[in-house]
Design a protein around this ligand. Sequence first.
Ligand SMILES: Nc1ncnc2c1ncn2[C@@H]1O[C@H](COP(=O)(O)OP(=O)(O)OP(=O)(O)O)[C@@H](O)[C@H]1O
Ligand SMILES: [Mg+2]
Length: 550
Amino acid sequence: MSEAGRIYGINGPVVYVKGDIGFKMSEMVYVGPEKLVGEVISLDKNAATVQVFEDTTGIRPGDQAEASGYPFSVSLAPGILHNIFDGIERPLEQIAAQSGKFIRRGTQVDSLDFQKRWETHIAVAAGEQIKPGDVIARVPETAAITHRCMVPPGVQGVVEKTVCDGSYTIDEPLVTVRQENGDLRELSMMQQWPIRVPRPVSLRYPASRPLITGQRILDTMFPIAKGGTACIPGGFGTGKTMTQHQIAKWSDADIIIYIGCGERGNEMTQVLEEFSKLVDPRNGNPLMYRTVLIANTSNMPVAAREASIYTGLTLAEYYRDMGYDVAVMADSTSRWAEALRELSGRLEEMPAEEGFPAYLASRLSAFYERAGTMMNLNGTEGSVSIIGAVSPQGGDFSEPVTQNTKRFVRCFWGLDKSLAYSRHFPAIHWLTSYSEYLKDLAPWYGEHVSMEFVDHRNRIMALLNQESGLMEIVKLIGSDVLPDDQKLILEIARVIRLGFLQQNAFHKDDTIFEAVISMKYDVPNDRLKMFDEYRKAVDDFYRKIIEKNG
Ligand SMILES: Nc1ncnc2c1ncn2[C@@H]1O[C@H](COP(=O)(O)OP(=O)(O)OP(=O)(O)O)[C@@H](O)[C@H]1O
Ligand SMILES: [Mg+2]
């Protein structure tokens, strides 16, 4: 603890501190006698503004705010997976053990378990040259994932000595490095990283592989690339959460980071209950073995909600650095934007559209920019894919969060109220949705599904478009007057919609990996034949995935 300043003003989660106290921007600060965790968000010569990640009730002018000396960071080490954190990486289980079911303020718990011993395999030897990103030890973190402990960015040199393979805690020194300036530095499994700074990489690759979601409409009509970005905008109850759960459960990402951001507490409880029971379709282990949940429900402090997105992203990037494909779900980015708006209001910043701060767009773009397939510093390839739910009020897509999000994501999976009301799930509307990855992924689909895949996909989209045009006429004068050819288009489109695009998340077979159509159709027709081939190709492809996963 270096220095302390005096609080002279408090406005909700925003606290003003007086004096030339040597605070730095984004530094972590402990506020008041309970040492509530906060972060410096604005500075001038004799004063600092701090956002506090906990409820500030009872804090008074005159109380102290202490500097921590380092930026607001998360701890990265084995023990992250299979865990449930709040927005600032405090494990909820430990908080509950310390303060009961209702989180007490100022509860100080370690992010990770410092007592637990991990079976460690050292991956470097004395005399070896090491640089940032190099793997120094391998730790089986869960039955599903091996944790690769890496040299943190900024450390470089020659290994002086190492410990033997064995079991160690996360902060015990494993490797001693003589750095280029001659200093010795001890490396343990753990490193710290400031949440607002993207972790460094060597190279960004263009999109080339799809993230297989197991949802037919997404995988075949509007695919997202590994390392890609997508948003799921939709009005109340149209299926945003459900779609994200489905992707979290069934996608072929190695690691899932699920950020419940400002949504209802009962929804989060449902996630916790459901996920803990889920079995990984790949290997029969619990799905939680490769999942991290970050819970910041609507009744938790807004500043922590603002931070939760960055906490999640930093954890995702850390696993990407190990060479894993990580998928981040954020439900919902609108609640996050509302947290920005509330904080900005408290800071008396000039509001822009609908009261959101003028920097809403740059924050959103910085968030989605952290996605990508990268060549990591250690030469491995890993990816972070981001899928953000957007909940526009009244389902009106013209509001600022949806519009700005649309500028930065390349997949738009628009949920439609009328589809949801007519129980067509997932209610992703094929006419409003799009994926800009289709072209990048076409070679992959050609190789792994079928050569005609993209062509068939486009023809199916054309049929659905024709159907929507014909439906206008049908609405006016009925379908009887249509020529047979057009009637057939309507019939085929119906088969595609009801038999292929609909997918019931609650049905044990339909929920995943079955591109089979339950409807009967026996009209001989080349369009139907084309659709049949397409469907069979998708079916074969899903089957291959099932076989590969045992
Ligand atoms: N793929 C699906 N299969 C079956 N039912 C679905 C599917 N998607 C959504 N539903 C139904 O829609 C309901 C609402 O979905 P969900 O809770 O995901 O909506 P939401 O958009 O997250 O709502 P909110 O705005 O309240 O957060 C679900 O409880 C479920 O009954
Ligand atoms: Mg929801």
